[in-house]
Ligand binder design. Structure first.
Ligand code: GRF
Length: 208
């Protein structure tokens, strides 16, 4: 990927409220995130609020309901949609379905995800509650490339959030979400710059 004038085309995948997607769209709209454009928003869940928000923004939207459909077959339809919209980079933004190996291979090193914990701690569902109940003093979020393993690929950036004595899991999750919204746009700017390399597991800025 290069930081050339042509913007990187994002395919955003979501399943629910889509607040991360909306934060990305706002960053682009307000000129804080350059070098990327949203090519399409795709949901696997009917009635996802995030997809309605994308429609209201006038963005192309596609619904591929995954419930009851074999994963590989559903993912083939997703891949076809992303290719039809000439997507360069796939952004998982609350996409609550595991990707098939075929999907990951089709967009190798071109899929990013946001997870509401400081990985490798607390992968999987309800990460904020896992962190709260474990009793950590610092929580946060991680934007990372996606590989075949759950919440596992090379880390692009992390943002931290202190856990307060007065917190409950909900309050902590709310404060993590505020940081998620900053982190995703910042990470996309880094990827769009093209000025990085992945050394083993390490995402590093390329020396000038
Ligand atoms: C976020 O907490 C994200 O980190 C996780 O799923 C949640 C999605 O929220 N992967 P939203 O749909 O972006 O509001």
């Amino acid at each position: 990927m290069s930081g050339a004038a042509k913007p990187l085309r994002l395919g955003v995948l979501l399943s629910g409220r889509g607040s991360n997607f909306q934060a990305i769209a706002r960053s682009i709209g307000e000129g804080r995130l350059t070098g990327v454009e949203i090519a399409v928003a795709v949901s696997n869940v009917e009635g996802a609020a995030g997809l309605a928000a994308a429609q209201e923004m006038g963005l192309p939207t596609v619904l591929h309901v995954s419930k009851g459909r074999p994963r590989a077959e559903h993912d083939e339809a997703m891949i076809a949609t992303l290719r039809a919209h000439a997507v360069d980079l796939v952004c998982l933004a609350g996409y609550m379905r595991l990707l098939s190996p075929g999907f990951i291979a089709a967009f190798r090193n071109r899929i990013v995800n946001i997870h509401p914990s400081l990985l490798p701690a607390f992968p999987g569902l309800d990460a904020q509650t896992q962190a709260f109940e474990y009793g950590v003093k610092v929580a946060g979020c991680t934007v990372h490339f996606v590989d075949e393993h759950l919440d596992h690929g090379a880390i692009i950036l992390q943002r931290t959030v202190p856990v307060l004595d007065t917190d409950d899991a909900h309050a902590l999750a709310e404060r993590i979400l505020v940081e998620e919204h900053k982190a995703y746009s910042e990470a996309l700017a880094r990827v769009a710059s093209g000025e990085y390399e992945i050394r083993g597991r390490r995402y590093v800025k390329r020396a000038q």
